[in-house]
Design a protein around this ligand. Structure first.
Ligand SMILES: [Zn+2]
Length: 463
C-alpha cells in the first residue's frame, strides 16, 4: 500500500515547508515537492498542517489510588483522535515482582490486545529492595529505558525515600536508564494535610493549600543534588512551580544533567479551579497541584526557551461521580490525577501557537520530537523524516469549537477543559501508515497499537 499526502505544510521541530510525503507500508519513504502522484491513495492536505504523531511520555492507564483503578487502554482511542500516536505508560511495580516482569505481565494481560496507539513503558520502583536496584541495568534489554520514583505520597505504597532515589540514580547511570522523579516533599505535605484535616478544612482547595510550591521547589532542589552526588542524569516529571522550573534551569546552566517536562493543564488552568462549589473542585485534584498565573506564565516561557523540554498530559482517568467522591469528606482521599490525553495538541495549538507564546516548530518539539529522544524512540518516532514510521497528523487550523466531554473518548465522566475554546482540529491521523482517524472520528480498532522498545542513553545522557 502506498500513500501520498500532497501539498500540506509539513512542520518539524526545526523546519516548516509545503511539500508531499510518500508512505510505503508503515514507513515514510520520500519527502519533497511535487512527488509523482501514482500512489494507491492520495490525500490533499492543501491549507492544512502535517505534524508528526505526538508522543505522550506521561500517561497512567494502570494506576490505582487506594484500590480504585483508572480507565485503561480500552479508552486509548482518545489519545489518537487527539493526535497522539505513541504513549508511554508508567507501570507501578508489584511488590515481590521484578520491574520488567510486572510490565511484561501487564502488557500481556491488559495492553497488547487493547491499545489503539503505539506504546512503551516506564518502570516505577515501588519495592525498594536490593533486588530491584540490581535489576535496573538489565531493563534496556527488555525495551525499558526509564525508572520512575515518587518522592511524594508518604504512606502510600509507591512512595520512595531519598535512599531509594539515590540507589536508583547510582544503578541507572552506567546502564543509560533515565531516572524520572515526582519531586514533592512528602513529609511536609503529610504534616500540612493532617493539620488541615484536624481543623476541619476538608474541601478540595486544601489539596492545593497543603502542597504549596515550596514543597515542589525543595524536592526538585534535593533531586538535583542527589543526581549530582550520583553523577547521573535525572528527569523531573510534571514541573509546575516557577521556582522549581528555575532550579532546573539554573542547574542546567551549571552543567548538572537535570531536565524536566510540564503538563498541559499546568499551562492553562489554575489553583482557583479547586475552589469550585459542589465538590467540582475535586475534578482538578492532581499532584503537584495547579498553580497561579505567574507560574503559568513562567512555564510558557520555560517551554519556549527550552528550560523545560516536553509537555505531557499526565493522563489519569478517574471518574468524578464515584471515584473522586471518595474524598467528599476529606480531600486527602480524593484520587489524584486528571484526564487529558485527547486535548494536549489542541490546547498547545490554541493557547500556545495561536497566542504567539510558542512557534509551530516548538510545539512539534514539545509534543513529539523531544519526548521521542528522551525515551530512546528517536530514529523511528517523533519526527517527519525518511525511514521514520508514518505516524502523521493532519491538522486543519481553521475550525473553531468548544471543548466538551461529549466529544471525549477517554471514558471519564468529565473533561478538565470543558467549555474552553479550541482553534483548529485533528482531521486525520495515520499510525504507521494506517488511517486511524478520519474527519476527527476514530477508524481503527483495539489492538492496532504495537509495543515499542526504548533505547537506553536517551537525551538526558547526551547533554
Ligand atoms: Zn503522573
Amino acid at each position: 500500500m502506498s500513500l501520498l499526502i500532497k501539498g500540506g505544510v509539513i512542520v518539524t521541530a526545526n523546519d516548516e515547508f509545503t511539500g508531499d510525503i510518500l508512505v510505503e507500508g508503515e514507513k515514510i519513504v520520500a519527502i519533497g515537492k511535487d512527488l509523482p502522484a501514482n500512489a494507491v491513495q492520495v490525500i490533499d492536505a492543501k491549507g492544512k498542517f502535517v505534524l508528526p504523531g505526538g508522543i505522550d511520555q506521561h500517561v497512567h492507564y494502570s494506576f490505582d489510588y487506594k484500590g480504585e483503578p483508572v480507565r485503561n487502554f480500552e479508552t486509548s482511542d482518545a489519545a489518537i483522535v487527539g493526535g497522539t500516536t505513541t504513549v508511554i505508560e508508567f507501570v507501578n511495580q508489584e511488590k515481590g515482582k521484578g520491574l520488567a516482569e510486572t510490565i511484561n505481565d501487564y502488557d500481556k494481560r491488559e495492553v497488547s490486545t487493547l491499545a489503539m496507539v503505539d506504546y512503551a513503558f516506564h518502570s516505577v520502583i515501588c519495592d525498594p529492595i536490593d533486588k530491584t536496584f540490581d535489576e535496573i541495568p538489565s531493563l534496556p534489554s527488555e525495551g525499558i529505558s526509564s525508572a520512575k520514583l515518587f518522592m511524594a505520597y508518604k504512606g502510600l505504597p509507591f512512595h520512595s525515600d531519598d535512599a531509594a532515589v539515590f540507589k536508583a540514580l547510582l544503578a541507572a547511570r552506567d546502564a543509560g536508564v533515565t531516572v524520572m522523579l515526582h519531586a514533592e516533599n512528602a513529609d511536609a505535605i503529610d504534616v500540612l494535610q493532617k493539620r488541615h484535616i484536624q481543623r476541619g478544612e476538608v474541601e478540595p482547595i486544601y489539596h492545593a493549600i497543603s502542597r504549596p510550591p515550596i514543597v515542589e521547589i525543595e524536592a526538585t532542589q534535593r533531586a538535583v543534588q542527589l543526581a549530582k552526588l550520583a553523577d547521573a542524569p535525572a528527569y523531573i516529571v510534571h514541573v509546575t512551580a516557577k521556582g522549581a522550573m528555575e532550579v532546573i534551569r539554573d542547574a542546567n546552566k551549571e552543567g548538572a544533567q537535570v531536565f524536566g517536562e510540564t503538563c498541559t493543564h499546568y499551562l492553562v488552568l489554575d489553583k482557583e479551579h479547586l475552589a469550585k462549589p459542589d465538590f467540582e473542585g475535586a475534578k482538578y485534584v492532581c499532584s503537584p497541584a495547579l498553580r497561579k498565573e505567574k507560574d503559568r506564565e513562567s512555564l510558557w516561557k520555560a517551554v519556549d526557551k527550552r528550560w523545560l523540554n516536553a509537555v505531557s498530559s499526565d493522563h489519569c482517568g478517574f471518574n468524578w461521580k464515584e471515584q473522586k467522591h471518595m474524598g467528599i469528606d476529606n480531600f486527602t482521599n480524593i484520587p489524584n490525577g486528571t484526564p487529558g490525553v485527547q486535548d494536549r495538541l489542541a490546547i498547545l495549538w490554541t493557547y500556545g501557537v495561536e497566542t504567539g507564546k510558542i512557534s509551530r516548530q516548538r510545539l512539534v518539539d514539545l509534543f513529539a520530537t523531544t519526548p521521542a529522544k528522551i525515551n530512546g524512540l528517536d530514529g523511528r518516532k517523533g519526527h517527519i523524516g525518511v525511514e521514520y514510521d508514518a505516524d502523521l497528523v493532519i491538522y486543519n487550523p481553521e475550525p473553531e469549537s468548544v471543548i466538551s466531554n461529549k466529544t471525549s473518548l477517554h471514558g471519564v465522566d468529565y473533561n478538565l477543559y470543558e467549555g474552553m475554546k479550541q482553534k483548529g482540529k485533528v482531521e486525520k491521523v495515520f499510525l504507521r501508515g494506517k488511517l486511524m482517524v478520519e474527519d476527527g472520528e476514530f477508524m481503527g480498532k483495539q489492538g492496532d497499537g504495537e509495543r515499542l522498545n526504548c533505547k537506553p542513553f536517551g537525551l538526558s545522557y547526551q547533554a
